[in-house]
Write a protein that binds this ligand. Structure first.
Ligand code: HEC
Length: 171
């Protein structure tokens, strides 16, 4: 005696189909997101200048050894470590461009944390409109996520010169 399909079986079958479709959809979404993310993660996360600098700092050997009978000239002690990333007083840049490249570009080259991107006219126009004095003041005292003097101990004149350089890039 063949019974008509019970409503439970019918429910179970439709439920499995819906579940199956949703799972397949989730897998597709996941694959799609991975595909999209690959490009942006590489650009924005792994190529992040601050991360790169940190990796470089953390992977540079902190001790070097002189080996007898080999060329040890690279180990000669110099008066001031060149290009200190910390922007110590020992290494005050002489041009705005140099200062920008050494420190400010860490945030302003890629526009990190909402920093106005160097050369991005739209981002700079409203800031330039505040007047140079405000830009100098904010660069020296800090503003929001912008650290005072970009985290350096450079004198006001150097900071002003660097602001001038960054403004000139956005003209
Ligand atoms: C740690 C990241 C970081 C570094 C390093 C940095 N900046 Fe900034 N800067 C920012 C951010 C974020 C803003 C946006 C602040 C806001 O508007 O809230 C900003 C804004 C500015 C502004 C615009 C201020 C205004 O009034 O709108 C100037 C000018 C500036 N920075 C100059 C510099 C200079 C010069 C240096 C290097 C000495 C530097 N920055 C280094 C993150 C940084």
């Amino acid at each position: 005696m063949s019974q008509p399909e019970s409503s439970d079986t019918h429910f179970f079958n439709s439920f499995s189909v819906v579940l199956g479709i949703l799972i397949a959809f989730t897998i597709c979404l996941f694959a799609f997101a991975r595909g999209l993310g690959r490009e942006y993660q590489l650009r924005d996360v792994r190529d992040d200048p601050i991360l790169k600098q940190e990796v470089k700092q953390n992977t540079t050997p902190f001790a070097r050894e002189a080996v007898a009978g080999q060329d040890n000239s690279a180990l000669a002690i110099t008066a001031a470590p060149a290009g200190g990333a910390s922007g110590s007083a020992a290494a005050i840049p002489t041009t705005g461009e140099q200062a920008f490249k050494e420190v400010c570009s860490a945030c302003h080259a890629a526009g990190l944390n909402g920093a106005p991107k160097a050369g991005d006219k739209a981002a700079w126009a409203p800031r330039i409109a505040q007047g140079k004095d405000t830009l100098y003041k904010d660069a020296i005292n800090g503003k929001g996520l912008m650290p005072p003097r970009g985290g350096t101990t450079w004198p006001d004149a150097t900071i002003r010169m660097t602001v001038d350089y960054m403004v000139s890039l956005a003209k």
